[in-house]
Design a protein around this ligand. Structure first.
Ligand code: FES
Ligand SMILES: [Fe+2]
Length: 341
């Protein structure tokens, strides 16, 4: 499968993993069960009891241990069996695979590769989601298409004119030729709209009708994007008058045919306005649901063998460049060490 294994993947929004609960997720084809130990630290082990192969997520959390619902074996956050009915010392072989997990930037991140390489510094940067200078909210949903199709979708925003005309799109997007900027490990696709009427979505957020606006979507770190919007008074040169919005999130492969889509809507203005926070994330969720029918249709074409090689044009430069970087990351990862406990 075309995945980078040595990588941190977002598997949940932190608030969706409440104390005392078991949450099942699938990442790169592996089912895991997420939980919090008694200190509140998130943990993840493979969702399969080694005794008779049932899902541990059918069991329950007892203190800091996942207890299998079938015959009561219990496992700690390292995957070690710590309790076995009628057996004083559970044998070492009775264990499950455990995964490094860290909570950061509002997400629970799980490392799927060699555990010794799981450095916290390698977590993709969504730090503004924890910064006091920004306010916003997160959302997620499972989508039945390969994560690469979804990355290609977001890196070519010309579709916003046609797919998102009712929510965040406007005719200007498809009509404006984007600039594609290549970094060492990033691709940015940028459009500049000078002295234009704002789409209704941004009119509501800013209270302005006409403005200068930029839209920069950046691909980075294997499966991540951020979409930065700046909106400023026409002809403005004062950085303090620039309103900024930040969208986007990681795309976590469940398997080759589906992924977890994380979206976000943050802004650096009207920080106290909680109704605005709800309205922005609501619109982003709605916009993404407009994409889903196209993305899942593309995947069906592939799965049914009806897909032919793409015939690309100018708007595809960003997605093509990003997919090249991703292919390079997948290739580099193949030669990296992977060990399994
Ligand atoms: S199947 Fe889990 S304890 Fe028996
Ligand atoms: Fe879209």
């Amino acid at each position: 499968m075309d995945f980078v294994k040595n990588h941190w993947y977002a598997v949940a929004i932190g608030r969706d993993l409440p104390a005392g609960e078991l949450v099942q997720r699938q990442v790169l084809g592996t089912r895991v069960v997420l939980f919090r130990d008694e200190e509140g630290r998130p943990a993840a082990v493979e969702d399969r009891c080694p005794h008779r192969n049932v899902s541990l997520s059918l069991g329950c959390l007892v203190g800091s241990h996942v207890q299998c619902g079938y015959h009561g074996l219990a496992f700690d956050r390292t995957g070690k069996c710590v309790r076995m009915p009628n057996v004083e010392q559970p044998p070492a072989v009775m264990r499950v695979q455990a995964f490094p997990v860290i909570e950061k930037h509002g997400y629970i991140w799980l490392w799927t590769g060699e555990p010794s390489l799981a450095a916290e510094e390698r977590i993709p940067d969504y730090s503004w989601q924890e910064s006091g200078a920004w306010v916003g909210d997160l959302a997620w949903q499972e989508t039945r298409c390969n994560y690469m199709l979804a990355l290609e979708n977001v890196l070519d925003l010309s579709h916003a004119t046609y797919v998102h005309g009712e929510t965040v799109g406007s005719p200007q997007v498809a009509q404006t030729v984007p600039e594609v900027v290549m970094g060492e490990d990033t691709v940015s696709v940028r459009r500049v709209f000078t002295d234009r009427e704002l789409p209704a979505f941004y009119q509501k957020a800013t209270g302005w009708q006409q403005a200068d606006r930029t839209q920069t979507i950046t691909y980075f770190d294997v499966n991540c994007v951020r979409l930065e919007i700046t909106i400023a008074p026409i002809g403005n040169t004062d950085p303090d008058k620039v309103l900024r919005l930040m969208f986007g999130g990681p795309y976590t492969p469940r398997d080759a045919h589906s992924h977890l889509h994380f979206s976000s809507a943050y802004r650096n203005f009207r920080l106290e306005d909680s109704a605005m926070t709800a309205a922005l994330i609501g619109t982003i969720r709605k916009a993404y649901s407009e994409d889903v029918s196209f993305l899942e249709d593309q995947q069906r074409m592939i799965d049914e063998g009806r897909s032919q090689p793409n015939r690309l044009f100018a708007v595809d430069r960003g997605p093509v460049a990003a997919m090249r970087l991703l292919a390079r990351s997948i290739e580099a990862d193949r030669s990296a060490p992977i060990s399994r406990t």
